[in-house]
Design a protein around this ligand. Structure first.
Ligand SMILES: NC(=O)c1ccc[n+]([C@@H]2O[C@H](COP(=O)([O-])OP(=O)(O)OC[C@H]3O[C@@H](n4cnc5c(N)ncnc54)[C@H](O)[C@@H]3O)[C@@H](O)[C@H]2O)c1
Length: 310
């Protein structure tokens, strides 16, 4: 069976992908420094190496090299700008070298944040972005943009088979709700289940489009294993937008919560709108999201309720 290496394989997306690949019989190596994941959640059959990807090299050969290691939560990456950059410059370079020496298929999870504060909605892959190169979020979004440039340089110089995906706000079980790491959906659910105030940054009119984890796995597998994915840069997300205030109200309704919504100061350089144009991924991979926000939230609410005994 094919040999796969995943950096960041202990995280939210990585642990779900690892579980799926192990079930399908792949040989799997995971490299993760546990910087943003709280528990070890790699499948038993996977080989686990606790190491920062920017310090990792190997002579082992792989068929697929998947680079997920990064610090994607804004409060966390703003606090750790250099470590955030490391996983996207040195880390990406190390993973590309492993792929080059193995003549492997290389996949990278870039991000919808490469578009910055977009002027076009829904955002097509051809939009070059509206990003502040030295702003507070640049350690994440500019280093992801640099990674994309590095990956394309390997394709042009060595003919490497590279595939870049730009996920848009994925959620589901195992996503962290706590502290600096908590992203908006798990944070709101946790607050709602505890009947605490739901903390909306700014007026809440900023929008996002959310993708359920099962849809992300489906898209990722299709992208990885379909020859048509070679060389492509694809949005993996939802075209349906919801504003953050309405998201908070929906979560209050679905959890039967008594929480109030309170407003905190707006986040610096927070993009005002975000929704994916998925025309390309539909055409190339015959993929589109199938799980509605309500369905995905119900599962995520139950997972968090059981996990935290709420
Ligand atoms: N979840 C989303 O909505 C989303 C959206 C866009 C892009 N992405 C990208 O997908 C990837 C996975 O995100 P996630 O949501 O699973 O995040 P996560 O924080 O749950 O997982 C990231 C994993 O990488 C590890 N890691 C971080 N820096 C590392 C380093 N230098 N060396 C080794 N391991 C390191 C962490 O310990 C963690 O286990 C990231 O590259 C992220 O930028 C995610």
């Amino acid at each position: 069976m094919a040999n796969v290496i995943i950096s960041g394989g202990n995280g939210f997306l990585g642990s779900h992908l690892s579980e799926k690949l192990i079930k399908e019989g792949f040989d799997l190596t995971i490299v993760d420094n546990l910087s943003t994941s709280k528990y070890i959640q790699v499948p038993n059959k996977a080989k686990f190496i606790k190491k920062s990807i920017e310090k990792f090299t190997t002579n082992e050969k792989f068929d697929f090299v998947i680079h997920l290691a990064a610090r994607p939560s804004p409060e966390d990456y703003i606090k750790n700008p250099l470590a955030t950059i490391d996983s996207n410059d040195l880390g990406t370079r190390n993973m590309l070298e492993i792929a080059r020496k193995s003549d492997a298929t290389f996949m990278y999870t870039s991000t919808s944040e490469v578009y910055g504060d977009p002027k076009i909605i829904p955002i097509p892959e051809t939009y070059f972005g509206y990003v502040n190169p030295n702003g507070i979020r640049s350690c994440y979004d500019e280093s992801k943009r640099f990674s994309e440039a590095l990956i394309k340089a390997y394709e042009r110089q060595y003919g490497l088979d590279v595939r870049i995906q730009r996920p848009f706000n994925v959620y589901g079980s195992r996503i962290r709700e706590d502290g600096f790491y908590g992203r908006v959906i798990p944070r709101f659910i946790d607050q709602a289940l505890r009947n605490q105030d739901i903390t909306v940054h700014g007026n809440g009119r900023q929008t996002r489009s959310f993708l359920y984890i099962d849809d992300w796995i489906d898209a990722t597998r299709k992208f990885l294993f379909n020859k048509k994915g070679e060389g492509k840069v694809l949005n993996i997300g939802n075209y349906k937008e919801i504003n953050i205030l309405n998201l908070a109200k929906l979560i209050i309704k679905l959890t039967n919560s008594n929480s109030r919504i309170i407003h905190l100061k707006p986040r610096e350089e927070d993009p005002r709108r975000r929704a994916a144009d998925i025309t390309n991924v539909k055409k190339v991979l015959n993929w589109e999201p199938t799980v509605t926000l309500e369905e995905g939230l119900e599962v995520t609410i139950n997972w968090l309720k059981n996990k935290n005994k709420l």
